[in-house]
Write a protein that binds this ligand. Structure first.
Ligand SMILES: NC(=O)C1=CN([C@@H]2O[C@H](COP(=O)(O)OP(=O)(O)OC[C@H]3O[C@@H](n4cnc5c(N)ncnc54)[C@H](OP(=O)(O)O)[C@@H]3O)[C@@H](O)[C@H]2O)C=CC1
Ligand SMILES: O=C(O)[C@@H]1CCC=N1
Length: 288
């Protein structure tokens, strides 16, 4: 059953890739948006639009004029293209977006100020940083709002992202930190699982058994933190017998710089988001 706040609202996704699919699948599966109120447009790939239509029942069209109407008629326009495509895409939709629509962006690094400049309008903007776990309702999203966003629009944004996981409102400059932690974060965990599996196979386990054990271990550890409310460091100590196997393994991780590698990776992702943001800024000389 759809929550009333979004029941009659039209959402148009501009961009039809991994992140758009994660969100649209989440909101449709959770019943907070009806598939016949979800519109998806992209630049070229018609097969991709057909695939999304077949899988989720969303509305698509190959005609650019009809796509422009999808955007103009939407209550919420959700921007989900890569940073390199922002200039072209926002230039194309500029004439179609208007007040009092809500623009939601998931684009890493793209500031509210840059969006307002590209769209040349005083629009209501929710800048977000979700992650792909939104697909299964376990996303983690950071959100900042522009001054123009109304209370209803805030509630709609929270409803969307809380339907597909947890959502935290943060000051806009902290969205880069969110990007480093939870936007890119699933990839770090997959990378960790890959190494666990590889080591298990090197040790002689079958690939199938290795995967089962590694995935259950990560799932169990994350759930323990969530369900017991205990600090990760306290839970870690409970696994670590003095002079036992875990202590030996953790000492090896320290020796090889694991804690520093993880922290530096998070900081580098945040820094990269800032770099992408700077690349997407409109310089004063390019205006008008
Ligand atoms: N993937 C992730 O884990 C996360 C991604 N993000 C952000 O989400 C955004 C999208 O990432 P992701 O989904 O991975 O990217 P994808 O490459 O999977 O998808 C990008 C989509 O944008 C479309 N597109 C490109 N140019 C235009 C245009 N001019 N007009 C309309 N659509 C266009 C592409 O369509 P076509 O094929 O026709 O070119 C494609 O469907 C990025 O900005 C990223 O920073 C945020 C959090 C997590
Ligand atoms: O890798 C990226 O740039 C995007 C943003 C966060 C996750 N994926």
């Amino acid at each position: 059953m759809a929550k009333p706040i979004l029941a009659n609202k039209k959402i148009c996704f501009v961009g039809a890739g991994a992140m758009a699919e994660a969100i649209l699948r989440g909101v449709i599966d959770k019943g907070i948006a009806h598939a016949d109120h979800v519109f998806v447009v992209n630049r070229h790939n018609q097969n991709r639009l057909q695939e999304l239509r077949r899988t989720y029942g969303v509305q698509i069209h190959s005609d650019k004029k009809v796509q422009e109407r999808f955007i103009a008629d939407a209550d919420i326009v959700l921007l989900a293209m890569k940073p390199k495509d922002v200039e072209e895409a926002l230039g194309q939709i500029k004439a179609s977006v208007h007040k009092p629509q809500l623009i939601i962006s998931v684009i890493a690094g793209l500031s509210i100020q840059s969006m307002l400049q590209y769209l040349e309008s005083d629009l209501a903007i929710a800048r977000t940083m979700p992650n792909t776990s939104s697909t299964i309702g376990l996303g983690a999203t950071g959100i900042s709002f522009s001054a123009q966003v109304t209370e209803d629009q805030r509630s709609m944004t929270m409803a969307i992202f809380e339907a597909i996981g947890i959502a935290e409102v943060v000051e806009e400059p902290l969205l880069e930190v969110v990007t480093g932690v939870s936007g890119s974060g699933p990839a770090y965990v997959y990378y960790f699982i890959e190494q666990l599996v590889e080591a298990a196979v090197e040790g002689g386990l079958s690939l199938e058994t290795a995967k089962k054990l590694a995935v259950q271990t990560v799932l169990g550890a994350a759930s323990m933190v969530q369900e017991t409310g205990e600090e990760p460091a306290v839970l870690r100590k409970k696994v670590t017998s003095p002079n036992g196997t875990t202590q030996a393994a953790l000492e090896k991780m320290d020796e090889l710089g694991f804690p520093n590698a993880v922290k530096q990776a998070v900081h580098r992702s945040s820094e990269r988001a800032r770099e992408l943001g700077a690349l997407m800024e409109i310089r004063p000389k390019e205006k008008g």
